[in-house]
Design a protein around this ligand. Structure first.
Ligand SMILES: NC(=O)c1ccc[n+]([C@@H]2O[C@H](COP(=O)([O-])OP(=O)(O)OC[C@H]3O[C@@H](n4cnc5c(N)ncnc54)[C@H](OP(=O)(O)O)[C@@H]3O)[C@@H](O)[C@H]2O)c1
Length: 352
């Protein structure tokens, strides 16, 4: 039974890992860490876990935390933390999975561009590790994940856009130029830390677009789509925040390639995801909402060819905290340790 250590266990992604691993038949949580509340049980910080995860919180660099044996370390922390921890863990023979942008790119230049978009230090602290990092989107990198010891889990918007566009871009069903990603996220996408713009009165009845000049997730989306198309793909991406807690709805548009109709679109998507247990493809007649994927690892993609206007549309629905974060991470851990991809994750959405 592989032991997992979680850094950032008190945040939304860390809690998602704890919740999923408590129900997982194979992985065991060995130790948890965060910067605040060190020494307290995790369940004292988050009482809903009392009796389920009472492990004490360690400081991430404390000798007692480093000494706990483990097979894999999961870092659910802000950008810049995973890169200073990964080398030490890999040298100790542990696998490492990071939730931030630290290991989503294989080159220093791409990382630097990513960091600049966030106003962070563009210098990667462990550039020698970048070439061995695998991008943690199982639907596109299943085989590499099976061999990986270092994984960069994807951004939540990126998961929804890539899964929604991959079959169309890969099969040439949509024109390469002019793809638009119009994406709405729930507020939990910003993590647990309160801020003035995420204060309840500012948020509960208001929606806004942000980072129009270049959201950091665009880079992952364009890199993956370019690899699939075998030609440069650029997308216009409009991230928005809407007053729900969890969920991402990405409306993806483009020009239909000549001769492509609804029947062809639907069959291509169904074929592309035939071996991907967490992706469901629907036609436009089936109503879907983010509520249908809440607390599940599923991505539901509705495809609609508007033949009247020649418009391609795919609507991608995920839970940002599951398929967009901890769910994908557990899916990746399953692959990294040779378990069935669905182990511990095969359950429907929580309704309502
Ligand atoms: N939220 C989403 O929908 C989502 C989706 C996909 C990916 N992500 C990415 O996943 C990561 C975690 O996001 P989140 O939303 O879970 O954030 P969060 O709720 O703010 O949690 C962050 C966690 O990291 C810990 N932490 C902060 N600085 C640290 C440091 N220097 N060393 C060790 N631990 C530290 C925090 O502990 P303390 O409070 O004790 O400092 C907390 O436990 C981020 O990189 C984020 O971009 C988020």
């Amino acid at each position: 039974m592989p032991d997992v250590k979680i850094i950032g266990a008190t945040g939304y992604g860390g809690l998602g890992m704890v919740e999923l691993l408590l129900r997982h038949p194979e992985f065991r949580i060995a130790a948890v860490a965060a910067t605040q509340d060190v020494g307290k049980p995790l369940s004292a910080v988050w009482p809903y876990l009392e009796g389920y995860c009472d492990l004490p919180l360690h400081a991430p660099d404390a000798p007692d935390f480093l000494a706990v044996p483990a097979d894999v370390v999961v870092c659910s922390t802000p950008d810049g933390v995973g890169m200073v921890n990964a080398g030490r863990e890999l040298s100790a023979g542990r696998k490492f999975l990071d939730f931030s942008g630290d290991f989503r790119f294989n080159s220093e230049d791409l990382y630097a561009e990513y960091a600049r978009r966030l106003g962070k230090d563009p210098q990667h602290k462990a550039p020698e590790l970048l070439p061995r990092a695998v991008y943690g989107l199982a639907e596109l990198h299943r085989d590499e994940l099976g061999r990986a010891d270092l994984v960069g889990n994807p951004g939540c918007f990126a998961v929804s856009c890539i899964l929604g566009l991959a079959p169309a871009v890969g099969d040439g069903l949509v024109e390469r130029a002019g793809i638009v990603c119009d994406c709405k996220s729930g507020i939990s996408g910003a993590g647990k830390k309160p801020s003035p713009s995420h204060h309840y009165p500012e948020r509960y009845d208001s929606m806004n677009a942000y980072r129009l000049s270049g959201h950091q997730h665009v880079m992952e989306v364009e890199r993956e789509l370019t690899n699939l198309a075998g030609a440069e793909i650029a997308v216009a991406f409009t991230p928005q925040v809407v007053p729900v807690c969890r969920g991402i709805l990405s409306c993806l548009y483009g020009r239909l390639a000549p001769g492509i109709d609804q029947k062809r679109l639907l069959s291509a998507y169904r074929e592309f995801y035939a071996a991907s247990p967490f992706v469901a493809v629907k036609d436009a007649a089936s109503p879907v909402a983010t509520g249908d994927v809440r607390e599940s690892n599923r991505c539901v993609v509705t495809v609609a060819a508007d033949e009247r206007t020649g418009t391609f549309r795919a609507i991608s629905h995920i839970d940002n905290l599951l398929k967009g974060q901890a769910g994908s991470a557990v899916q990746n851990l399953n692959l990294m340790f040779g378990y069935p991809e669905t182990l511990g994750l095969d359950r429907p959405a929580a309704h309502p």
